[in-house]
Design a protein around this ligand. Sequence first.
Ligand SMILES: NC(=O)C1=CN([C@@H]2O[C@H](COP(=O)(O)OP(=O)(O)OC[C@H]3O[C@@H](n4cnc5c(N)ncnc54)[C@H](O)[C@@H]3O)[C@@H](O)[C@H]2O)C=CC1
Ligand SMILES: O=C(O)/C=C/C=C(\O)C(=O)O
Length: 493
Amino acid sequence: MKWEIQGMHEVKHFINGEFVGSKSGKTFPNISPATGQQIGVVHEAGREEVDQAVQAAQDALKGEWGYLPVAERMALLHKVADGINARFDEFLEAECLDTGKPGSLARHVDIPRGAANFKIFADLVKNVPTESFMLDTPDGQGALNYAVRQPKGVIAVISPWNLPLLLMTWKVGPALACGNTVVVKPSEETPSTTTLLGEVMNDAGVPKGVFNVVHGFGPNSAGEYLTTNKAIDGITFTGETRTGSAILKATADNITHVSFELGGKNPALIFADCDMEAALEGTLRSAFANCGQVCLGTERVYVERPIFDEFLARLKQGVENMKLGAWDDPTTSMGPLISKEHQQKVLSYYEKAVEEGANVVTGGGMPEMPGDLAGGSWVQPTIWTGLSEDASVVKEEIFGPCCHVAPFDSEEEVIAKANDTDYGLAAAVWTSDLARAHRVAAQVEAGIVWVNSWFLRDLRTPFGGMKASGIGREGGVHSLEFYTELKNVCIKL
Ligand SMILES: NC(=O)C1=CN([C@@H]2O[C@H](COP(=O)(O)OP(=O)(O)OC[C@H]3O[C@@H](n4cnc5c(N)ncnc54)[C@H](O)[C@@H]3O)[C@@H](O)[C@H]2O)C=CC1
Ligand SMILES: O=C(O)/C=C/C=C(\O)C(=O)O
């Protein structure tokens, strides 16, 4: 990225089409999770910068953006997607430096989805109808009702650090497609790609104030100032369930609309009749991809008893074949955790598992990393067996490269175990019995059930969680439900 301060890259807010620093001069370091070294400085927004960003977003709604014909708005969003693709390698490097994730992962998942999130919603908005009804009236003339969608207004987008560009654009894409303006607060851990998107917005010709970015933390910082701002019309948030709860409390006075995608403690249900290769490959990805930092990831693996030993042995082998390393090493399959703080959290679960009587099948500690990587927040990918269903690592979201594997004997038993959680985000079912697949999918309490796959995403489908895993659904027309106000017009004829 082209901006620099004292030889380090400097990340500023993006307000009303311009990169600006904080008036207070307050900054915080951007730390590489791979090395523990500082790679940049980030401006921390005070209330003043947040208010300015919200004001810019409000003004933009009343300006050119608010009057733009739909076709022109959609053309602009296609230009934004093209702009991401044109600067693919810059986005890739920025994302990988902030997160430490393998370049191969970001190349195939994060950056392409960043562009796709704009295209898919630009195309969708043009084609989704609204309803109309003719009403009989006593005078025989009738009345015509028709519904129209209008932008909700200024949307606050609060995004996490695990899939920074993907999850931020998953919200910004539909919000802008629906004609809203946005103020984004990316995670303090991963400020870079959201900021780079500001340049792409300007280059694409998106009017000033439509896309704004403020940096900072949650409480007593940019997150709190944004969620308590009266002019915010909707908040879309992905992150931890406890943070969702804090945001909900902060919005109570203003009755701000929210859409939340929160944590998970997702099960994989692996039946003896499954395609073993596919189930192994899928579970290795669902439990360990992105160093286990995916809210849809599997942390509880249930395997039908006849194949338990073989599955476990092969899963162990798969994990032990994983190579931890630098993002730009093509042989790397796993990066570090996002921060030292998160590393401490995950390691505390590794200790708890042992205290609670787990059999550590593989991993369970910190790896020795060479050179600069020795200072990073690395943990070993880990598998446990032998714990009861109420053990901490079986109950609580860890968000690390680890899973507990347990045997089961019947469909009824495994469904009960899968549902014995406060969460309800995702589940993966592995079976070659189609009738069983339908039966189990119907009974598992999760917003997304994958059968013989994981993370296979059609962006037109409803996406979100049951129970403590979220409020509402986004994806396809469901995004339109959140990002627009549906107004009924009744015309007496
Ligand atoms: N998608 C998911 O399910 C995710 C789950 N997590 C879990 O959450 C744990 C904590 O990670 P964090 O990055 O701290 O997640 P978080 O949920 O605290 O952070 C997500 C976003 O919310 C913001 N935020 C935090 N507190 C806020 C507040 N009171 N008001 C407004 N915004 C606020 C953060 O600055 C960040 O942009 C992780 O250890 C992991 O277990 C983290 C990220 C994503
Ligand atoms: O939208 C997707 O495809 C992925 C979503 C993943 C998360 O929300 C997460 O890991 O936090």
